[in-house]
Design a protein around this ligand. Structure first.
Ligand code: ADP
Ligand code: MG
Length: 685
């Protein structure tokens, strides 16, 4: 394969004829890259139909009209600030073109026969077209954009400029070999790669359907899935440690649990055990709702590592959560467990570091502090990361690097929508906990206006009288933890007035020891109402808590509300979730919140959340649309994802080094979508 075949697409936008330096930098900013390829990847979002050529008499004001006209005369303005008028006519009557920029006047020479298209207005009973969008002599009609793509544009770039650049870019499209199986193309009725761009950027006969969009989306998805598949297969080839055990520690933990694992937990554990036993590195995502029993599984996996004579560590995103895990693990593991966070200092810290280095401490639980440089393990075989999307990829890798062959298990309570799983966690193997431990009661979810606060207070008083315990979650005021805290402090004060000193408070701005104190007092049942910001979102496990009130529920995402709701329903008592919302809710918001009343299925809620709010919240980014994807749209092309994943796996099974003719074409595809790492890996075998 000659890599130069893509050279024309790598050329800078500035090299396109008719695109000056000013426009090229604006265009590069708009399309998110400065190459011809980037420009082509900026696809239209709509198409205007200018095919209906009409007459002046028949043209409707208020709509786009395409007219074949004669230029009758020019009416130059008396004042410079006034527009120039060009009187036009056809067999049915007269109209005028209004030009605010006289520079365009030469496009309309007297006596010319032109084809023009633009929005028609009615001004003082006269049909008027201000600044026609397109003008061509009738002799050049074949070049007229009867179907006009609508591109997303920014200030400074008018459609005409983009079109000129796009048409120039199209001429540079090389003739690339087809990388898709002909059967897919046939059954999906997909056009070729270059053809798709022609159809979209310069449609001629018909308004394009979804086919070219799909084809290009599939190209992008397939390139990514091949890269994922390559990285998965490389990992499988890399030596890891084969961890097997005699089951001694596990058995004793299971006895202490006093419950048996759910079918879903057993299935996930089998998958984890297979990975642990295999002599390759594990990289597995364990996905399951709050309370589905992930931590318990993590513990069992960690105990297996210890049975095999190695060490295991669990990393949590917050100190509270880490402590919670620590106490769970201490309760069930019959071997030493250490806790490490930034707050552990001096001799205590020194002792832990020593125990980790000489292997005396087989299990470690902690926060970020556990992957700092001077934390050395004797033999770290398994690393577990909880709530992994809160950690950056670098941190994840730094953690795994603590043990040369460390297996990695990441857990998330955020049910990640299927499309995101495949697009962003695609290099991992996935286990899902789809059922809750037996004995969990359904949670009754209701919605209340904030104006009805007194009624809510009364309901809470009744719940407390029946021995209940209440979480009161305060609104997310802003990005600022400080403002969130203020709201919580305020609510805490009002509730104290009502209920006295059984109300306590926890928020992110508090001194950690005071916050821990509040959580402990709630856990012990001394406090009956815990007012909190979303610090309780993850990890807090108080089975006696049976009511959760969430203020301004409309400000949260569904998945987040669902996670919060999961704080209750863990004990024997009937549980309730009260969603307090703004008095005025839009119908869509009301519908969105109502979804929570219907179901407790975290995966369904995640998919709904994803549909209504976009992926930003899952990925910790504010943008909508799939970051990192330019042609694929998560909603429209969701069905293509599993197909691309399957396709990628098959391709690499048949041709791991991509040496067949199709393999060569696929290398071009990888190149096109910047999957250089995958390319290098494939080449080096
Ligand atoms: P997660 O980490 O997914 O939130 P945990 O592992 O913390 O879930 O489990 C939540 C609660 O359910 C804990 O109190 C745990 O002891 C309990 N639990 C876990 N698995 C089971 C099971 N199979 N049967 C009954 N209770 C379980
Ligand atoms: Mg947990």
């Amino acid at each position: 394969m000659s890599p130069d075949i893509l050279a024309p697409l790598r050329a800078p936008i500035a090299s396109l004829p008719g695109v000056g330096p000013r426009f090229s930098s604006l265009l590069a900013k708009l399309v998110g890259g400065d190459s011809v390829r980037d420009l082509l990847f900026h696809l239209p979002i709509d198409f205007l139909d200018r095919r209906h050529v009409t007459t002046i008499a028949a043209a409707q004001p208020g709509a786009i009209a395409t007219l074949r006209i004669d230029i009758i005369r020019h009416e130059l303005p008396e004042k410079k600030s006034h527009p120039t008028r060009v009187i036009i006519g056809d067999a049915t009557g007269f109209a005028e073109i209004v030009l605010f920029h006289p520079a365009r006047l030469p496009q309309f020479p007297k006596g010319a026969k032109l084809l023009i298209s633009g929005k028609l207005d009615l001004f003082a009973d006269r049909k008027t077209m201000p600044h026609p969008d397109f003008v061509l002599p009738v002799t050049q009609e074949q070049n007229f954009p009867f179907i006009e793509p609508v591109w997303p544009l920014t200030a400074g770039i008018v459609p005409r400029v983009f079109r000129r650049a796009a048409l120039a870019a199209l001429t540079l499209l090389p003739d690339l070999p087809e990388w898709h199986d002909s059967s897919i193309l046939k059954s999906r009725k997909w056009p070729g790669f270059a053809e798709s761009f022609h159809l979209l950027h310069a449609p001629t006969e018909t308004i394009p359907d979804e086919k070219p969009f799909e084809r290009l989306a599939y190209d992008e998805l397939l390139a990514r899935q091949i890269a994922f598949a390559v990285s998965r297969s490389i990992r499988r080839k890399r030596p890891g440690i084969s961890l097997t055990g005699d089951g001694r520690l596990r058995k004793s933990a299971l006895q202490k649990f006093g419950f048996s694992l759910t079918a879903s937990q057993l299935q996930a554990l089998r998958e984890i055990d297979t990975d642990l036993a295999a002599p390759q590195k594990m990289l597995r995502l364990l996905q399951g709702d709050v309370g589905s029993g992930k931590t318990i599984l993590a513990l069992l996996a960690m105990l297996r590592a210890v049975e095999a004579g190695a060490q295991a560590a669990l990393l949590a995103p917050t100190e509270i959560l880490a402590k919670q895990h620590f106490s769970t693990i201490q309760k069930y593991a019959s071997v030493p467990v250490a806790f490490l966070s930034g707050n552990i200092k001096g001799k205590a810290r020194g002792d832990i570091l020593e125990g980790l280095a000489d292997g005396a401490i087989p299990l470690l639980v902690g926060t970020h502090a556990i992957f700092q440089k001077h934390v050395e393990f004797q033999n770290l075989a398994l690393a577990v990361i909880d709530e992994q999307h809160r950690f950056g990829v670098d941190q994840r890798l730094a953690f795994a690097a603590k043990g040369a062959k460390t297996d990695l298990l990441v857990m998330t309570a955020t049910p990640i929508p299927r499309s995101l799983l495949l697009t962003h966690w695609g290099e991992m193997d996935i286990s899902r906990l789809t059922e809750k431990p037996a004995g969990r009661k359904p949670i009754t979810t209701t919605m209340h206006k904030l104006a009805d606060l007194e009624k809510v207070f009364a309901a809470i008083a009744r719940a407390i009288a029946r021995g209940g315990r209440i979480y009161w979650v305060c609104p997310l005021v802003s990005e600022s933890e400080f403002l969130d805290a203020t709201a919580a402090i305020h609510r805490h004060a009002t509730l104290r007035e009502k209920f006295g000193n059984i109300v306590t408070l926890a928020h992110g701005q508090m001194d950690p020891s005071a916050r821990d104190g509040a959580l402990k007092s709630f856990q012990a049942g001394i406090a009956k109402i815990l007012v909190a910001t979303t610090v309780i979102e993850v990890g807090v496990d108080v089975p006696e808590a049976n009511v959760i009130v969430i203020e301004h529920a409309e400000r949260f995402g569904l998945a987040q509300l669902h996670q919060l709701r999961g704080r209750v329903g863990r004990g024997a008592a009937a549980s309730f979730c009260l969603l307090l919302h703004d008095d005025k809710l839009s119908t869509t918001t009301k519908k969105r919140l109502s979804f929570l009343k219907q179901t407790e299925d975290g995966f369904a809620i995640a998919d709904e959340d994803f549909r209504t709010r976009g992926p930003g919240d899952y990925l910790g980014t504010k943008q909508s649309g799939l970051p990192g994807y330019r042609l694929a749209d998560p909603e429209k092309h969701e069905d293509l994802l599993p197909m691309a994943r399957q396709d990628a796996i098959l391709i690499l099974q048949r041709d791991p080094k991509l040496e067949s003719p199709r393999g060569h074409a696929l290398k071009i595809l990888l190149n096109l979508f910047d999957q250089r790492e995958a390319l290098t890996t494939v080449k080096s075998g």
